[in-house]
Write a protein that binds this ligand. Structure first.
Ligand code: FBP
Length: 552
């Protein structure tokens, strides 16, 4: 493999650990904190996790290491969507294991949770691991979306671990994967398997956070990558002065990514799904909101602008959710075949018109034909509409175009509207991790090893105080059950980690609200530029605006 100069340089980068982990393994001791209880539904969660519920939060500090010294074999998996820094979690875990005892071994199970079930693995050594230090991607062992949640799967996992003599598993994943890590930990404890399970918080979506986890890794690098591109587009828009750019950014459900990018780049418009749901905004109202900005700018002679659209937006529009539910119902079971057999779009349209309620038909009718057809093309394995594949950037620009045409007729709009469309998602998930993510991830992995060393299970590796320099970060662990509540999933009550949506009374959203009216009309773009890996700390090591505002 030919290496880029940056990759060669990044091999030499030494990730920064929290101060209390810097003195060597022999000087890391545990401070046991308060007993914990789940964020809600305490009795139900306690009953479901009798062996792992209610344990204490712990932090590490400088002091004599009193953990049991024995040779350990540990397994690790990457689960779900890629997020920059995953390789460094594994490197931190590996380095801490080897620093504890050279005989310790780290098994990487390939392709996500299925690797653990299929016993498909690699045993890491220095030469292998060194190729991945401070690099983006999950290609070190690959990832996957198989869910590790059934008792039969747990039995196989235990069998595989026993076969290799593995006594701990580290699961690097999002809210679902860490929920499953907690369930697996409970299973292993209940069956006296002697296997510990530790989770690490990953996702670029930024929705795995709570009072304990300040942010998931990858969010920093991904939003910096998108913001660089958005800033470049803003500058292009401000140079050519002839296009409106509609930019969809990833984030399956929550709008954290869109909001962070807006805070960094100050676009004319940024939609926030959580606000749309809260105000029960209709498609038409959202389109009017964007058209108002286009109109006001056109009145000043500025026929250009930038609008950020979060990937998950349409699910937050109440009338759209109802429409999706009706379409899922309309095509349930054999009806999909009946629909697909209709030879022309006109006949399909008539079928749809007959099947939808008049209210949903009204919503359907205002959608551009391309989006209407998309709703019937893209289905998930359960036959449901795949909302994340809807090109919402095109949907909103088409709706805005209609609004502007009406305004032109009425004589209230005299501008020109030429929209262009972009989707930024995969571009940010495998970037070289920023210094923040490189440091944070390495620390999470190193810390996970210390939790294993001290015998904990069902814990999430926790590194906090992240808005401060790494020296002041606090390393420790939190029982995963503390973050859980009961939610309805596929018709069943399930214990899950609560997903964090954008808080409308939180500082990041409040800051955005205080500025957006001015951004909508004026050109106040900011250009963050590319991620900087070398240079002054105030350029290279700062993390997200979201985190800084949350910690104000
Ligand atoms: P995770 O929650 O697993 O981290 O994945 C999030 C995400 O990156 C979303 O932003 C996006 O909607 C989705 O993955 C895309 O999934 P896929 O990689 O399967 O296309």
């Amino acid at each position: 493999m030919k290496l880029s100069p940056l990759q060669i340089a990044r091999y030499e980068y030494k990730p920064k650990l929290p101060g209390m982990l810097r003195n060597g393994i022999a000087e890391i001791s545990v401070k046991v904190g308060e007993k914990t209880s789940s964020v809600a539904d305490q009795e139900k969660i306690a009953a479901l996790f009798p062996n792992t519920y209610g344990k204490e939060e712990i932090t590490f500090e400088k002091g004599e290491n009193t953990s049991v010294a024995k040779v350990r074999k540990v397994g690790v998996i990457l689960s779900g969507g890629q997020a920059p820094g995953g390789h460094n979690v594994i490197c931190g875990l590996y380095d801490a294991l080897k620093a504890t005892n050279k005989e310790n071994e780290l098994y990487g199970f390939k392709g996500g949770p299925s690797g653990l079930i299929n016993d498909d693995y690699v045993v890491f050594d220095d030469e292998f691991i060194n190729q991945y230090r401070n690099t983006g991607g999950f290609d070190i062992i690959g990832s996957g979306r198989t869910k590790l949640e059934k008792e039969e799967q747990f039995e196989v996992v235990v069998e595989v671990c026993k076969k290799h003599g593995i006594t701990a598993i580290v699961i690097i994943g999002g809210d679902d994967s860490n929920t499953n890590a907690a369930v697996l930990a409970e299973y292993c404890a209940a069956h006296n398997t002697g296997i510990q399970v530790i989770g690490c918080p990953k996702t670029i979506d930024g929705d795995l956070k709570n009072e304990d986890i300040e942010c998931s890794f990858g969010f920093d690098t991904a939003t910096k990558t998108y913001s660089e591109l958005i800033g470049n587009i803003e500058r292009d828009a401000n140079s050519a002065k002839k296009y409106w750019h509609f930019i969809k950014v990833m984030g399956r459900s929550a709008s954290h990514v869109a909001l962070e990018c807006a805070l960094k780049t100050q676009p004319n418009i940024c939609l926030v799904g959580e606000e749309v749901a809260d105000k029960k905004m209709s498609l038409s109202r959202i389109a009017d909101y964007i058209a108002d900005s286009v109109n006001a700018r056109a009145d000043k002679g500025d026929n250009f602008g930038v609008a950020i659209i979060p990937e998950g937006i349409v699910e937050f529009v109440p009338e759209f959710s109802v429409l999706i539910a009706e379409i899922n119902e309309l095509l349930a079971g054999k009806k999909t075949d009946e629909f697909n057999a209709l030879p022309s779009w006109e006949e399909k349209y008539a079928f749809i018109e007959k099947g939808l309620t008049p209210e949903s038909m009204k919503v359907f009718a205002i959608l551009p034909v391309g989006i209407q057809q998309q709703l019937f093309l893209e289905r998930d394995p359960h036959g449901n509409v795949q909302v994340s594949l809807i090109e919402s950037e095109k949907l909103f620009s088409a709706l805005v175009k209609d609004k502007l045409a009406a305004r032109k007729k009425a004589g209230t709009y005299k501008g020109k509207f030429s929209p262009l469309h972009h989707f930024f998602g995969y571009e940010g998930r495998c970037a070289f991790p920023s210094n923040f993510d490189a440091d944070y991830c390495y620390s999470l992995g190193y810390n996970a090893c210390m939790l294993i060393q001290y015998g904990y299970t069902g814990y999430l590796s926790k590194v906090s105080n992240l808005s401060k320099p790494a020296e002041q970060w606090v390393a420790g662990g939190m029982p995963i059950t503390k973050m859980m509540n009961i939610e309805r999933r596929n018709g069943e009550d399930k214990p899950v980690i609560r997903k964090a949506l954008v808080e409308l009374d939180g500082n990041p959203f409040k800051y955005f609200c205080a500025h957006r009216e001015s951004w909508a009309v004026n050109t106040e773009f900011t250009y963050p530029g590319a991620i900087q890996y070398y240079g002054p700390a105030e350029v290279c090591d700062i993390t997200t605006v979201t985190l800084a505002l949350e910690k104000e």
